[in-house]
Design a protein around this ligand. Sequence first.
Ligand code: NDP
Ligand code: MG
Length: 394
Amino acid sequence: MVARRTVSVFGATGSVGRSTLDVIAAHGGAEAWDVQVLTGGSNAALLAEQAKAVRARRAVIQNEQALPALREALSGTGIEAAAGDAALVDAAGERVDVCLSAIAGAAGLAPTLAAIRAGSTLALANKESMVCAGELVRREVAKAGTRILPVDSEHSAIFQVLEERQSDAIDRIILTASGGPFRTFSLEQMRTVTPENAIAHPQWSMGVAISLDSATMFNKGLELIEADQLFPVDSRKIEILVHPQSIIHSMVGYRDGSILAQLGTPDMRTPVAYALGWPKRVDAPVEHLDFVALSRLDFEAPDEIRFPALRIAREAMHAGGLAPCAMNGAKEVAAQAFLDGQIPFLEIAVVVECVMESIDHGSAAASLDDVIAADQGARTLAREVMQRRVRKFA
Ligand code: NDP
Ligand code: MG
């Protein structure tokens, strides 16, 4: 049991958010945790249910049209209700012991920065914050004297086995990847896959956006950039290794030939529990590994021909500045167009690459406004590229 700590969960109604509330419930619920803020996007009914279960102080929904339903569901409970982007940032500005950032996509950046500026320890699932504004986030973390605890499973694994005081002894970081649902597909087979095929992840149960990113392998590309931003290692030393069972969540290799790995069942409640309990380890309501039943672990080299997202992300990482932010913005637009049936699966990477070829690489982000401008610019370009290409194929 951990001591009673103040906690807020941004994106509580999502996949990582629900895992977080499972961990909170498994550790004494409202008796052990003083839950300040829970947030959702549009799902007022679930947000109200969650807020009542943990006796949160405030519930904030991004979609203002959902506010009446949230108010109604919370009436008589004493739990405050609010709505809108400004209300999210305002709630993140309230200092807590640990703020879990699990909003999906670039929309998570502004609340993440507000939580850091408030001095809260940041349990970070929202990888887009590090991809779009890694340098800015790190500057704000240093200024506020706080820290980031990675929740993304690979980065939690690296955080658990990386000897930070010996960063000069690190030989390489090995970021593992499941390979997604199309790991064994030919390009020909990938040409005709549907959104339903693409979001059916073989190992992990996750939100729609990240599931699709796993199918294109843009998720691993984002994680490569996230690892570069989080850990004191030369970006050329970060390798990607396909490991279909998703049991080894990532590894760090040292100069003496030792490789330290973190293993576990593919369940986000483990990295969430690590971040919530840190620096202690706490129980997580997960299945424990059975090595005999598992019997083998497999590994493959990543294939950048079938999964160009890996190459595009590596190039964006090396370009630096706002290039990763532009890549993410273009990717979010192209991915949504695929989910809406407007473009085929393989076009997602093509659209992103076209956008990357036409932007000015490398300028640094001085402020959140710079990041928002780069994100919006890439989204507009992505829409233009799609219109041009759809006309060409029509
Ligand atoms: P989900 O789509 O399941 O949940 C996203 C959450 O964000 C929901 O609470 C949703 O609200 C809310 N939301 C959506 N859009 C907005 C918006 N514009 N403003 C505010 N809130 C919004 O995502 P996941 O839980 O899968 O992923 C969350 C983050 O964690 C992502 O950055 C992802 O990359 C990362 N991550 C996820 C992992 C996983 O296993 N799922 C693993 C590692 C990292 P509502 O549903 O109420 O509309
Ligand atoms: Mg991950």
